[in-house]
Design a protein around this ligand. Structure first.
Ligand SMILES: [Zn+2]
Ligand SMILES: [Zn+2]
Length: 265
């Protein structure tokens, strides 16, 4: 079985114009078993654009129609932007919709935006990264209705710092605590390839984080491109698989109806 890209945005996400049909055709041409979409539903947003959430009644029926039209299986996942003050709304939202797969992501911190940069105002790099990891730790400890954490060290993508990289050792206390919680609760991490297409030239999270997760007993890794354009579909997925193998992982995880299936690498 060829692994399916597990992180894909379509024109239903506020920051993408990508055509669903083009993705389906690409997945079909690649010989995948199915295509998976994970559009944004952000509960932590401070950006007006992201406040309007998708009408999932319509979304599920559109996807079903496209599946029939193309004779190709379409799965519906979601990328939840977590915000602790809206936890009960998130739970209600997830209970209402039969998603195949849920990515839990942090895109905002303390009511501020990483993308616009205000989160970083007045913080040096160490303070900003630590605060981000604290917010992630809160999520991991109090919210359990997701399958994998999205782009775990995504904070490194933003921020006005000269060298955006970090050493695991600098944050090992909090990172270990996040990874241990994940392992205890049988939660996974996604290996997000989008950083390979940006100036950092790296996957999220960095190999050290994945390696430590494995050392602690973690085995659930999904791989996704985080494509917002159909031309980015599947980009970096084979390289990510190679990296997982090099780190000692024997399987990669796929989700259908929120159930994990491990596929040999
Ligand atoms: Zn994201
Ligand atoms: Zn995404």
């Amino acid at each position: 079985m060829k692994y399916t890209d597990h992180h894909v945005h379509t024109s239903h996400s506020p920051d993408s114009d990508a055509d669903v049909r083009e993705y389906i055709m690409k997945a079909k041409a690649l010989g995948l078993d199915f295509v998976m979409f994970t559009d944004h539903v952000d509960f932590g947003t401070t950006d007006e654009l992201f406040m309007d959430h998708i009408d999932y009644g319509e979304y599920f029926s559109t996807m079903k129609k496209l599946q029939e039209e193309h004779g190709f299986p379409v799965q519906v996942g979601v990328e939840i932007g977590y915000e602790r003050n809206r936890k009960s709304e998130i739970e209600e939202f997830l209970a209402r919709h039969p998603f195949d797969f849920v990515i839990g992501s942090i895109h905002y911190g303390d009511g501020m935006d990483f993308y616009q940069g205000d989160f970083f105002d007045g913080k040096d790099q160490g303070e900003a990264y630590l605060r981000y990891f604290e917010i992630l730790q809160e999520m991991v400890e109090e919210f359990h209705n997701y399958d994998v954490i999205g782009h775990l060290d995504y904070i490194t993508r933003y921020g006005p710092y000269k060298d955006r990289f970090y050493d695991y050792d600098r944050f090992d206390g909090i990172l270990d605590s996040i990874l241990k919680s994940l392992v205890e609760r049988d939660k996974g991490i996604e290996l997000n390839t989008s950083g390979m297409r940006g100036p950092l030239g790296t996957f999220f999270p960095k190999g050290e984080v994945l390696g430590r997760y494995r050392e602690l007993g973690g085995r659930t890794i999904t791989v996704g491109s985080d494509a917002h354009f159909s031309q980015d579909y599947y980009s970096g997925i084979p390289e990510a698989m190679d990296q997982l193998k090099a780190l000692g992982f024997e399987t990669v995880s796929s989700f259908t109806a929120r159930k994990e299936k491990r596929i040999r690498l």
